[in-house]
Ligand binder design. Structure first.
Ligand code: ADP
Ligand code: MG
Length: 699
């Protein structure tokens, strides 16, 4: 690959601040900046001027089309391309793009899920420009990040509620900061999502109907070697993967995505990419783009990028870590312990606000990452359990204990910690980042939510997290604004909050059975194991009340989302079930049959040549395989019956419970027999590439 000038490359396809400043008149620029930074209303003239410059800039870079780029509830992104061309009187065309086209679009979007929000006869939702996320060029198309709403104003996407949740948090956080004498323009949440993925050879991939239809293997016996040697984790990156990463990085950099670290992960063929953090809605857009570009670039390199949470049974699946913090426009990280006692008090107040939020809305955080794919990981000793808890590390836990008990903190000075008076130690990242089993860990100056599945949109968990923290901050601000002795009342509030919510704090090993027992039986934490268990809690009164109070969702938006998420769960597993039936009937049974035939033929031939041969191997293998084909037939009939039954259930709640209790166990049962048959059959007759080939064939 030719040598790259990274600073020149970076953001070269983004209409970012540098471009705006260089190309827009200073009036237009400062007006747009006000919209971006302070949510000020955008006037038409400004939109017109921005549209014109955006078009010229895009056309200069080879763009012929534009699209409003949005994130419908399917969890992927959507785009409908319009070309810039407009007929000119001389019979030719000119390239046109108006302010109106920039601000608002009307895709015919009747096929996107709306959970009943938008009757199909009024199919046209509209898209509205999100000026806080920069426009960019992809495949000769100017992409304008937008929100997607129905005509009655209901959000049909993931971006709108995310922006609303950021506003809710901004509003409440500013109230708290004001109490400390800090007047800031805004508080934004920042996110750095670490993305895991698998790379497999494209030819192998295409030979596996399960991977093609569902993104994961539904069958497959374990190879002799898996991840037990830990030789892949941080291992030397293989040349083909390295070429892919190089290409991926430059594509991402062009789009202004701060791709920073890359390494091999625990499982063979598994890798990770982490960007430098940015504002939540930008990070969300960028993560969606990253996932898309990863898949595209992989294809170019003859590979397929698997983003499924559990592509292979028996080896680790892929997740995403949502590193999250809050920061002011002046660059102060509110989750960073400060240098002065007063800053520390402020830090502790924000810290306990998060603790309270996570405890009060465990169920919302859990369900925000619930998908059919992620159900395979959570609680399976490779990812955090389905129980949400917070890891703080020993140092910070000791500080909170000291506050709670009014006891001396064993820090530098042995004194009773009085907030606003004493300084806190600086928590080194090293001492806080050890526990990888915790779903929600403090890592020095941010929290890392680790329960996300690799294909999840990070919008969902950040909506819930922002809203829940906004709610704690609101409760705190209501109390403290009315206080006549701020310092004492703040001290007491922090103390009370620790006492009330310490059940959510857990520094131990989250993978153990003892923790599950303690968490559920002693501490009363919720353990929502599957999507079918978790998702209905979205409709719990306390959750709906909170989300509506902060104007993150309307009542019907919440109901529709619950419906869509469960529907998605049902559809996903329904497809998996049908794929299994298909593969068993069309691929596996005929393959085993032909192997049986060759065994039988060999046996009779050998016996006809010599009466001394025993044919133990042939006969015992034949007997077991024949037995297995009978089991497989029974199990596949069971599964077909269950799939039929599922068709008759129209309520998604009932359907998802049926899937959890009936369908999934039947799928697992069927798989077990097929995998055993694979172990007994010759590789040559097996109809799909083995796990070993899929996991170890990329060099
Ligand atoms: P690891 O978790 O693998 O040890 P790091 O801690 O270096 O990796 O960073 C993980 C991610 O956290 C990166 O994407 C980084 O940009 C992000 N991050 C760092 N600081 C913040 C912050 N204040 N807010 C949000 N994300 C952050
Ligand atoms: Mg991490």
């Amino acid at each position: 690959m030719e040598k790259q000038n990274v600073p020149e490359l970076f953001g070269s396809l983004v209409f970012d601040d540098r471009v705006m400043r260089a190309r827009l008149s200073s009036d237009v620029y400062s007006s747009l900046r006000k919209t971006i930074d302070e949510n000020a209303k955008l006037n038409e003239d400004v939109a017109e001027a921005v549209a014109k410059e955006m078009r010229d800039w895009a056309v200069e870079r080879g763009a012929t089309h534009f699209t409003h780029w949005f994130q419908p509830l399917t969890g992927v992104t959507a785009e409908k391309h319009d070309s810039f061309i407009s007929p000119s009187p001389d019979g030719g065309v000119i390239m046109e793009f108006s302010g109106k086209e920039l601000i608002k679009g009307e895709p015919d979007a009747s096929s996107f899920p709306s959970g009943g929000l938008r009757a199909t006869f009024e199919a046209r939702g509209y898209t509205a420009w999100d000026p806080t996320s920069y426009a960019f060029i992809k495949d000769h198309t100017l992409c304008i990040p937008t929100a997607f709403c129905s005509y009655s104003g209901e959000a049909l996407d993931k971006k709108t509620p995310l922006l609303r949740s950021m506003q809710a948090l901004d509003k409440q956080a500013k109230r708290i900061l004001k109490l400390f004498g800090n007047e800031v323009k805004y508080v934004r949440t920042s996110v750095g999502p670490e993305q895991e993925y698998f790379l497999v050879d494209k030819e192998m991939f295409e030979k596996r109907p399960d991977l093609v239809y569902t993104g994961r293997t539904l069958f497959g016996a374990m190879p002799p070697k898996g991840q037990e040697l830990d030789d892949h984790y941080f291992g030397v990156i293989k040349p083909r993967v390295s070429a892919f990463m190089e290409d991926l990085n430059s594509e991402l950099w062009k789009l202004g995505i701060l791709a920073k670290t890359e390494h091999n992960e625990v499982a063979p063929a598994q890798h990770e990419l982490a960007p430098i953090f940015s504002t939540t809605n930008v990070a969300t857009d960028n993560n969606q783009l990253t996932m898309e570009i990863m898949q595209k670039v992989a294809r170019k390199h003859g590979m397929v990028c698997l983003l499924h949470e559990k592509p292979f049974a028996g080896v680790n699946g892929s997740g995403k870590h949502n590193n999250w913090s809050m920061a002011t426009d002046t660059g102060v990280n509110l989750l960073s312990p400060g240098a002065t006692p007063y800053e520390n008090a402020q830090f502790l107040l924000f810290l306990v606000a998060v603790i309270q939020a996570v405890d009060d809305y465990q169920d919302l955080l859990r369900l925000s990452v619930a998908t059919a794919g992620n159900d395979h990981r959570l609680g399976a000793n490779e990812a955090p359990p389905a129980i949400i808890s917070i890891f703080l590390g020993d140092e910070l836990s000791a500080v909170l204990d000291a506050i709670k008990n009014d006891t001396p903190y064993e820090g530098k000075e042995r004194e009773v910690l009085k907030l606003g008076v004493h300084t806190l130690p600086r928590f080194s990242k090293d001492s806080t980042d050890r526990n990888r089993t915790s779903p929600f860990a403090f890592t020095g100056n941010k929290f890392e939510f680790r329960s996300l599945g690799s294909s999840n949109s990070i919008a969902c968990c950040n909506i819930m997290l922002n809203a829940a923290v906004a709610e704690s901050l609101k409760q705190f601000a209501d109390k403290l604004e009315a206080s006549s002795d701020f310092e004492t009342d703040m001290h007491n509030l922090i103390k009370e909050t620790i006492t009330k919510h310490e059940r959510i704090l857990f520094n131990g090993n989250g993978y153990t059975d003892e923790w599950v027992k303690e968490a559920t039986e002693v501490r009363g934490l919720s353990n929502l194991k599957t999507t079918a268990d978790a998702m209905p809690h979205l409709l719990d009164k306390k959750n709906m009340d909170m989300l509506m109070a902060h104007k993150v969702f309307t009542e019907s938006e919440i109901q529709s989302r619950c419906e869509i998420m469960l529907e998605n769960y049902c559809k996903t597993i329904n497809i998996e079930g049908h794929t299994m039936v298909d593969m068993v009937r069309k691929n596996y049974l005929p393959a085993i049959e032909s192997y049986l035939f060759s065994l039988a033929q060999t046996t009779s031939l050998m016996k006809s040549v010599s009466s001394n041969v025993k044919c133990n191997y042939e006969i015992s293998t034949m007997e077991r395989l024949s037995e297995l084909t009978d089991y497989i037939l029974e199990r596949v009939k069971d599964l077909e019956e269950a799939l039929d039954k599922l068709k008759g259930i129209d309520n998604v709640m009932d359907a998802s419970a049926f899937i959890r209790d009936d369908l999934i166990p039947k799928m697992e049962h069927l798989r077990k027999h097929v995998d055993e048959a694979e172990m007994l059959s010759s590789e040559d007759c097996w109809p799909v590439p083995s796990y070993g080939k899929l996991l170890f064939s990329v060099y």
